[in-house]
Design a protein around this ligand. Sequence first.
Ligand code: PLP
Length: 394
Amino acid sequence: MIHKASHMTSQALDRIAPSRTNAMTDRAIALRAEGRDIISLSVGEPDFPMPAHVKQAVRDALDADDTRYTAVAGTAALREAAALHFARDLGISVPAGQVIVSAGGKQAIFHALLATLDPGDEVLIPSPWWVSYPEIVRFAGGVVVDLPTTAAGGFRITPAQLEAAITPTTRWLLLNSPGNPTGATYPAAELLALADVLRRHPQVLVLSDDIYAPLRYTGGAHATLAALCPDLAERVLTISGVSKSHAMTGLRIGVAAGPDWLVRAMGKLQSHNSGNPASLSQAGAVAAFTGPQDFLIDWRERFRARRDAVVAAINAIPGLSTPVPDGAFYCMIDAAPHMPRFGDDEALALHLLEHGVAVVAASAFGGHDGFRISFAADEARLADALHRIERALA
Ligand SMILES: Cc1ncc(COP(=O)(O)O)c(C=O)c1O
């Protein structure tokens, strides 16, 4: 029998690392508390205030003493509102009973993977990836299979790459479009080609993380697997929410739509974890999904203008380059020419922090030799940050 010292953590916890995006944001906050002037481009949230009608809905819920436990999977009103959102905004027709509300998209992903992975199950994750995907997979005992993508390839995987990576023990493919940290967005034709591969491998589930779908800057409707291929819908879990689209990151509401068995499985886990998502936040999310959406036109325009300014400024700095992201609010910047000076991209990120800008090293996302910035900051701060980056690398 192995005796464990009191301070020892579990093997599952020891398999994972803390979120490096949160770590960088915490570091920036600590330096600011010391009086340093730090511009944080490390955080993934809109800088706009939450829409007024959503604020009002939260206030009204508080005044109505809507402060009790709700059903674990979310209130009937919010599940209905989320089903409306899936149909209207993503083209996915789903009954409210196949929608679950969680404490952020992050919790929905956590529960989906924990509810389905056994030790050794493989999960295909295109890289650069959102920081939490591989950590959640490892925590659940799964094996991360990296599907590397390149800027030249639009940071998107190909059908041949997918086919070659699938084995009998592949359990999930994680797709994120528009993607964090690259902004890469899959057009319908490419998703249809990936679907042809998936049809040959019925053991593979797909997690389609569409949380940034409302923040796309290229024309046309959003393309997503469950809408394009109803025959695959029984194996697709689509993640969405209000965190990014409605600047509600702090309210912690995410929604997921998928097959009945999976949504129930996630609910079972949630019932012993957080239980229901916060009641006041749920009231706000109902207003977010059912209220006016026209503010998004203005937000998208602001983000698109910032994106264009940031991309132009980055590409004008010697040794830095970035493609134009199609969606979300991040730029994945290649800084390979600067690597001989710094050694690795973590050292480069720390150097930029010393010069007053918090960014996140590409290696945190399974990438290399670069860093991610968020352009969800006001125009003047962004311009200042870009000058600091330029000076730091001169
Ligand atoms: C790709 C992606 N998915 C999911 C999430 C989770 O969002 P939240 O839990 O804040 O709703 C994030 C947040 O950064 C993200 O970037």
